[in-house]
Design a protein around this ligand. Structure first.
Ligand code: MN
Ligand code: MN
Ligand code: MN
Length: 282
């Protein structure tokens, strides 16, 4: 794994099962040079990860994963190579509050539909991290109202279901501006088959700097296509395991063997967003 990095991992700061320091220890055990912590809507794990990184001699890249809207579709945007975490914090706190408000509204709608699930039961499954529909689904399973997650979405919380509440929307351009303001690069996360030339061009026009080429969900064809699109459009490449902790057997930290040079190229690209702010404050 020498010369490799992993630029997509979650900790207990969001929906991962390993504490930030343990994510870094796992990265060290996998022989990685650097690890990016990219929790959903929070950078709260970064300080602890950095401290572990210093002790273990592994670079920790500050990151975050945001949910944004592109037309009717949800797209995930990774903020990587972040410098100014305090700049991000008010917006991230708003996103987390909006997630909780949405969960509460879904619980209200489910109660009205005759399902007496509680917000506390939902939040137990989120375990202090960014709450989402999968956590509502798990509460519905635990209460015996549905058999599984698919059933929960089909019967209750999928689009048009009695417990469905639309998510507040963050435009891709807003997500990119937020990341740039913090001195980082914005990367289109796990595009998969949706990552067509037209889609990537649209996101690039809205400020996206890069494409996550290597991801466990990608086919060999996705990897080849996304790499070619990134090169043709002058975008940086990224990749990672999207690790959520030991419970996920097949996605191990470092499994995508992402070249360390991609990390360096991202950092170089991020310089264009740092200069003006740092000169202004000098
Ligand atoms: Mn997640
Ligand atoms: Mn994602
Ligand atoms: Mn992720």
């Amino acid at each position: 794994m020498s010369g490799c990095v992993d630029l997509h991992a979650h900790s207990t700061a969001s929906d991962g099962s390993a504490a930030p320091g343990d994510v870094v220890a796992a990265a060290r055990a996998a022989g990685l040079e650097a690890i990016a912590l990219t929790d959903h809507d929070t950078v709260d794990g970064v300080a602890a990860a950095r401290a572990a990184g210093l002790a273990l001699g592994i670079d920790v890249v500050a990151g975050v994963e945001l949910s944004a809207s592109e037309g009717e579709q949800e797209v995930h945007i990774l903020g990587l190579q972040l410098r100014d975490l305090r700049y991000l914090e008010p917006a991230l706190a708003d996103f987390r509050a909006a997630r909780t408000a949405r969960a509460a509204a879904m619980v209200g709608a489910l109660n009205a539909a005759g399902v007496p699930v509680t917000l506390d039961a939902v939040l137990v499954h989120a375990a202090g991290g960014a709450v989402g529909r999968p956590h509502v689904a798990r509460a519905l399973i635990a209460g015996g109202w549905v058999r599984d997650v698919r059933d929960a979405f089909r019967q209750y919380i999928g689009l048009g279901g009695p417990g469905y509440v639309a998510k507040p929307r963050l435009a891709v351009a807003e997500a990119a501006e937020l990341v740039h303001g913090a001195g980082g690069v914005a990367v289109y996360a796990h595009p998969g088959r949706d990552g067509t030339v037209a889609r990537v061009r649209s996101l690039a026009d809205q400020g996206i700097d890069g494409v996550e080429v290597l991801h466990p969900s990608h086919s060999a064809e996705d990897v080849a296509r996304l790499g070619a699109i990134a090169d043709a459009m002058g975008l940086v490449r990224s990749g990672g395991s999207d690790w959520h902790g030991a419970r996920e057997g097949t996605r191990t930290l470092g499994c995508m063997a992402v070249p360390a040079v991609w990390n360096a190229e991202q950092d170089a690209r991020a310089e264009r967003y740092r200069g003006a702010r740092e000169r202004a404050s000098a």
